[in-house]
Design a protein around this ligand. Structure first.
Ligand code: ADP
Ligand code: ADP
Ligand code: MG
Length: 245
């Protein structure tokens, strides 16, 4: 335990929660401690990620253990891979059960960046990853017949709701196991009330017992903390940049 505290302090990782898994020191640890297959570790290397950033050290093990997470780390600190890697490991490969992971981003541009990183980190797995660009096209694509073919959806909340509210609903979220909210501070900030209700609609549509929610944010904001504490049982909070208490 003392060793773990020292490691966290050294990387300015602070955690709040019960039984928080210890940080990984290297991507090799993923194989040793979590049986993450070689190909995913190789994909990290292909991205020239040689050592995990502090948020990756701590957030990846938490998500691998399927714990709900609120992660705060500065912009540019590698949050995208921190949630994509465990998500990809968890989904394993394509299945014809419809979307099993949803990633919400505040803007289309950010969604595109997330999409590109998801493609790189899941290289060789054969996932069908989708980004909602035009809602009309999405209606055709995900329509009742074909939506089962997709595994991962990366989008903005507005677009997703547009599909959900379509009559009949143009997308089913009943098999979603990971709902990742990226840039949560921005999403809540842009319209606290509207985002709360959007999030409620989205999480209500995710009816699977296996649903897990992870939030990533650049700043530690009261409103995001409050939402997570109220809605996520067994929550782990991680903040990078502070000394651990
Ligand atoms: P954030 O979402 O925290 O703002 P990003 O996930 O966009 O950060 O990552 C910022 C940059 O760091 C990206 O160019 C990404 O490719 C790179 N990066 C992420 N993880 C690592 C790593 N472990 N080693 C080196 N570079 C990394
Ligand atoms: P986002 O929040 O997804 O970035 P914006 O409000 O920036 O969306 O809109 C970008 C463009 O995408 C708009 O000009 C609009 O035509 C289209 N768009 C966004 N949301 C929808 C929607 N729900 N239905 C149809 N088109 C949309
Ligand atoms: Mg980011």
């Amino acid at each position: 335990q003392e060793k773990i505290n020292r490691l966290r302090n050294e990387h300015r990782i602070s955690v709040i929660g019960k039984n928080v898994p210890k940080p990984i020191k290297s991507f090799e640890d993923l194989k040793t401690f979590y049986n993450v297959p070689e190909d995913l570790v190789k994909n990290l290397a292909e991205c020239n990620y040689s050592t995990p950033t502090p948020i990756q050290m701590q957030a990846i093990p938490i998500m691998l253990e399927k714990r709900p997470l609120l992660a705060c780390a500065p912009t540019g600190s590698g949050k995208t891979a921190a949630f994509l890697l465990p998500m990809i490991n968890h989904l394993k490969g394509p299945e014809k059960r419809g979307f099993r992971a949803i990633i919400l981003n505040p803007t289309r541009e950010l969604a595109k960046q997330t999409y590109r990183e998801c493609v790189r980190l899941s290289e060789g797995r054969g996932f069908r990853i989708h980004i909602i660009s035009k809602v009309d096209q999405a209606l055709e694509k995900y329509g009742p017949k074909s939506s089962q073919k997709f595994d991962i959806l990366i989008t903005t909340p507005k677009r997703l709701l547009c599909l959900l509210n379509h009559e009949p609903p143009a997308v089913s979220l009943q098999n979603v196991e990971w709902l990742v909210i990226d840039e949560a501070d921005k999403l809540f900030e842009a319209g606290p009330r509207s985002f709360r209700s959007q999030l409620k609609q989205i999480s209500t549509a995710c009816t699977s017992e296996n649903l897990r929610i992870a939030m990533f944010s650049a700043t530690n904001t009261f409103i995001v903390n409050k939402w997570c504490k109220r809605h996520l049982k067994g929550l782990v909070r991680v903040t990078i940049g502070l000394k651990n208490a």
